[in-house]
Design a protein around this ligand. Sequence first.
Ligand code: SF4
Length: 366
Amino acid sequence: MKLEKVPLLVFWESTKACPLLCRHCRANAILKPLPDELNTKEAKLLINQISEFENPKPVFIITGGDPLMRKDLFELIEYARSLGIAVGLSPAVSENLNEKVLLKLKNLGVKIISVSLDGASKETHEYLRQVNGIYEMTINAIKMLVDFGFQVQVNTLIWKGNLNELPYLVKLLLDLNVRIWEVFFLIITGRAGKELDIEINEYEDVVQFLVDVSRYSIQIRTVEAPFYRRAKLERLKGKNYSSDLYCKLIEKLKELLGEPKCELDNRILPTRDGFGVIFVSYNGTIFPSGFLPYPLGNIKKDHLVKVYQEHPILKKLREAKLNGICGNCIYNKICGGSRARAYAQYGDLFADDPACILTYLKWQIY
Ligand code: SF4
């Protein structure tokens, strides 16, 4: 598939409404929907536009807020499915996520569902989610999703409160039969503040740790840390730039799970903000990703396919015409650094990703 023509995933922030009030919420979600969120007719216009990408069409990921807060959710899923579009859902864990709803989603042909778990312990997860009892509800939700036969993805934010729990979290996911782990690295946007973030030198330890975790029969996807791919490829050449934290995490991982189950593979999916993924907000504004608040158009007046394929900013991002260390790095076509982090830190879409060890140590790999 040509990623410059068709994204793998179209994310839609279906609503800002959500029953939770998480400390790090990207969407700045609130209890009630905003008046200008896309109505049913406008949401169908978005789905029509997605259906006009050539085959294989992108997967339509309905996120939020909490998509279960939308009254027309089932109607929209049914409509997307009728146009041959695969649908994934990213609901909040709440009483709305129950067996009856899951059965309906299963019957509508929803393929993949992701839920968030941000720590291996009740205290850690509930500190971020700010709801008593939500840890247990989340574990139960994951069990239900696995039992229903959905592809289950667990999303985890890396933050200072869960660093030392990561090996335990991997064990918990494997015990729950979760095989896709999407690991988010903080971008200061929405409600997420610097106080939650890990130290800059810890980023490399975590991505190196994830390289090892990928050898335990769980698929690792990173969000806003594309340099995970550089870490993986460099490891295949025998290089590992990590330090003490990594050693500690790996020691615990091996104690809990034994030696890795498989060899490290060299599979890399070079998606990044606006390349393989595109994001449509609650009111139809198109962004390169949910973490990169750089508007590219609005589906009410611009066609998503045209914006995705032809917007000059996206073209420039895809060509990896970047500044600084990222600009000259041999990995910039498969990594390119987090454009969202560069934008959040420097207000410059094309600046270095400040969290990559190569940029903050000013190393250049040609
Ligand atoms: S220097 Fe930039 S392109 Fe190279 S690995 Fe780091 S973030 Fe990626």
